[in-house]
Design a protein around this ligand. Structure first.
Ligand SMILES: NC(=O)c1ccc[n+]([C@@H]2O[C@H](COP(=O)([O-])OP(=O)(O)OC[C@H]3O[C@@H](n4cnc5c(N)ncnc54)[C@H](OP(=O)(O)O)[C@@H]3O)[C@@H](O)[C@H]2O)c1
Length: 522
């Protein structure tokens, strides 16, 4: 049977959302303006946003609906990926409202309830509520408790109308205890199926494509194991320093800010077994198994075997960087890391003794997130020995951002003689192939929450398994708190110790520029 024209539908499913009310807590903030509302605007442009859906911003800022709309209009103009369309905006803006209130006040939540009841009655909408917690994490517990006490959250109504769901931003806890406490509080007010813990990395096209690449092609899966793969590298690098977020960052560091969530999610998608189905829980079950198979890193090893560093002062690329400890909001003498690198092992049959080298940091040489699958070298016969060898092993690079795409490096014969062999990249780029800008992660995730698909969100056991793995590392870091961390030059690839870490495993870090599509087209 020719199956080539069977449409592979449904995954990831995007059933049409029914009209609802999105209530954004912390609506005057950065995320609401830079990401959430531009994403909603894009969904409106693409006609994916259900007509009549209302947006209600909630916060303490002294704003009225008019002022709130004006600020959002400016933000959408600046941050949406599509050109600004006055008609689309006007239609959306007419359904945006602002409600002033405190996060810890029962009366204010009761007033919010009355306002929502009146808005839904006026617009002839069912009371379907998507509560988006976009405040700093210090307010999460108050908001959840008051959603419960005011009766705005209706436990158990995940799918059937009227439904209520909650989207909760990262960071989800700052350790295992606080994550468990937050999970416990959520469980008092919502069913797990109503809770959407966001990790925006999971909304990125390339990240979702990891599963498609692995399980919709016959060439990758048979070699996706310790027999053929030498090691895996995951890099998430930013060129910016901590900027205006010094005080938040200093209390988190690269471990909490990136490793515990984004990097763990990428690792799970690379390493997980094929799920039994594409149902949300089947996918998330497999991710949890990966987290539970991670070889623990005891505190003693973490103190010395996990590379942590801070960016130092310097001039690079026309920019001046302060020493991290001199950044506004950062404690003098802080030992919070802006860079972390470590080696992980997954103790299961598929990955036995395949190291996963993971690194992330700020003020690094390039803004890039990528996953490198380094295959084992071919045997030292025929070509992989002098005079044509040693040769670079095959490498598959999944670029998560920017320039989303996939590159495969393989060996070819250079034209002419004598026989010379060169590793060349074969490149697939989303933008080039599909000819349009890739949707922002928030567009996908907000729509999934609106349609009730939690596949790309983190389940409670998943978040606790990730924290359980990270806790001994944090304990190891605490043991050496107060000790100065190594510095790395701004806009470099981090400290020498990170190179030593991977070199000890007989490898070296992939240099992302080598997979630049412009080079790949050579
Ligand atoms: N910004 C990002 O790029 C980004 C990325 C990933 C995750 N997140 C997460 O998303 C959430 C919102 O981020 P954000 O950058 O929008 O935060 P933000 O601008 O600092 O705060 C959002 C709003 O929360 C309210 N708020 C309540 N308590 C506050 C407090 N103690 N300090 C400051 N503001 C307070 C403020 O509104 P009112 O004063 O009007 O109440 C503020 O405008 C956070 O949990 C953050 O970790 C943000």
């Amino acid at each position: 049977m020719d199956t080539s024209d069977i449409t592979v539908s449904a995954r990831f499913p995007q059933g049409r959302a029914r009209p609802f009310v999105m209530v954004i807590f912390g609506a005057s903030g950065d995320l609401a303006h830079r990401k959430i509302m531009p994403a909603v605007y894009e969904l409106c442009c693409g006609k994916a946003w259900p007509a009549k859906t209302l947006v209600v911003g909630y916060g303490r800022a002294e704003l009225d609906t008019g002022g709130f709309r004006d600020g959002l209009r400016q933000a959408v103009r600046e941050h949406a990926r599509s050109a600004f369309d006055e008609g689309v905006w006007r239609d959306l803006a007419g359904r945006i409202h602002y409600h002033r209130g405190e996060y810890g006040s029962r009366e204010d939540f009761e007033r919010l309830r009355a306002r929502l009841e009146s808005l839904t009655a006026e617009a002839d909408l069912p009371p379907n509520y998507l509560f988006y917690l976009s405040t700093p994490p210090g307010q999460f517990e108050d908001v959840i408790a008051h959603l419960g006490a005011s009766g705005l959250a209706r436990k158990g109504a995940a799918g059937d109308e009227p439904w209520s769901r909650v989207v909760i931003e990262k960071p989800f806890g700052r350790d295992l205890d606080s994550a468990r406490r937050l999970n416990g509080l959520l469980a008092e007010v919502f069913d797990e199926a109503q809770v959407y813990r966001i990790d925006h990395y999971l909304g990125k096209e390339t990240v979702q494509n990891l599963l498609v690449m692995r399980f919709a092609n016959s060439v990758f899966e048979p070699i996706w194991n310790q027999k053929y793969i030498d090691h895996v590298q995951i890099t998430a690098a930013e060129t910016s320093g901590v900027g205006g977020r010094g005080s938040y960052y200093d209390s988190a560091g690269a471990l909490r800010d990136m490793l515990q969530n984004h990097m763990m999610n990428l690792l799970c998608l690379v390493a997980m077994e094929a799920p039994a189905s594409l149902e949300a829980d089947a996918v998330r079950d497999e991710k949890v198994k990966v987290l539970r198979s991670l070889r623990p890193i005891p505190p003693d090893c973490a103190a010395f075997g996990v590379i942590r560093a801070q960016y130092g002062p310097g001039e690079a690329d026309g920019r001046t960087f302060r020493d991290y400890t001199g950044e506004p909001g950062v404690a003098a003498g802080s030992s919070t890391e802006t860079f972390i690198a470590l080696k992980l092992n997954i103790d299961n049959w598929r990955w036995a003794e395949v190291p996963f080298f993971v690194r992330t940091g700020k003020a690094l040489a390039q803004r890039v997130t990528e996953i490198v699958i380094q295959f084992k070298p071919v045997p030292p016969v025929l070509f992989n020995r002098p005079p044509t060898g040693p040769m670079q092993p095959n490498q598959l690079v999944v670029r998560v951002q920017p320039d989303e795409g996939i590159s495969m490096r393989f060996q070819v014969k250079q034209p002419g003689s004598p026989l010379k062999i060169e590793g060349v990249p074969m490149h697939f780029g989303y933008a080039g192939t599909f000819g349009r800008k890739v949707p922002e992660a928030y567009e996908r995730l907000i729509l999934d929450a609106a349609t009730g698909d939690p596949t790309l969100f983190i389940r409670s056991d998943e978040i606790e398994a990730a924290w359980s793995f990270v806790m001994p590392i944090l304990a190891g870091c605490d043991r050496v708190r107060g000790r100065a961390l190594p510095r790395y030059a701004p806009l470099s690839w981090g400290p020498r110790e990170a190179d030593d870490l991977i070199a000890a495993g007989g490898a070296r870090w992939h240099t992302p520029a080598a997979m630049d599509p412009r080079q790949a087209q050579r």
